[in-house]
Design a protein around this ligand. Structure first.
Ligand SMILES: [Cu+2]
Length: 149
């Protein structure tokens, strides 16, 4: 209901930008263990539009590669593999979390250090983008680090 009202309001004032359609919150990852140049990023993506938002790629200056990954059962064990897109349902959200969908960074220029933040850009099927600031938590963190400012 709220999403529908928002869409109507946007049409009336003509001021809503496509970039605002997807809001990213609680983006986080873990500090790098020694010698590891990969990391999994988790976040919540909220879609205020009345149609699905499809994330087709991601990028960050902090790593040479960033891929969309899912975790699924492969044979009798769980493994991760790349997927082509993540869909954020109309008026809903997609939760990327440890043990489930995530963004995989490969080729980190330098180790991730607890307390730092870095920029992540998500590109949507319709050509729009969403920006996130990823917080780096403890090496063994299980959830997004709490803000300290
Ligand atoms: Cu992965």
């Amino acid at each position: 209901m709220f999403a529908k009202l928002l869409v109507i309001a946007c049409g009336l004032i003509g001021a809503c930008r496509a970039d605002d359609a997807l809001v990213i919150r609680d983006a986080w990852t873990r500090a790098s263990p020694p010698g590891v140049d990969t990391a999994a990023v988790y976040l919540v993506a909220e879609n205020s539009r009345d149609r699905n938002a499809v994330i087709v790629s991601v990028g960050t200056p902090r790593a040479t590669m960033a891929h969309l990954h899912e975790v699924r059962k492969i044979g009798d064990r769980r493994g991760m593999r790349p997927v082509h897109h993540f869909t954020v349902p109309a008026g809903g959200q997609a939760v990327l979390a440890s043990g489930a969908h995530h963004i995989m960074l490969k080729g980190l220029a330098r180790p991730l250090v607890q307390g730092e933040t870095f920029a992540l850009t998500l590109r949507l099927e319709d050509g729009s983008r969403a920006q996130a600031q990823v917080r780096v938590g403890a090496i063994d963190a299980l959830a997004a680090p709490r803000g300290n400012h």
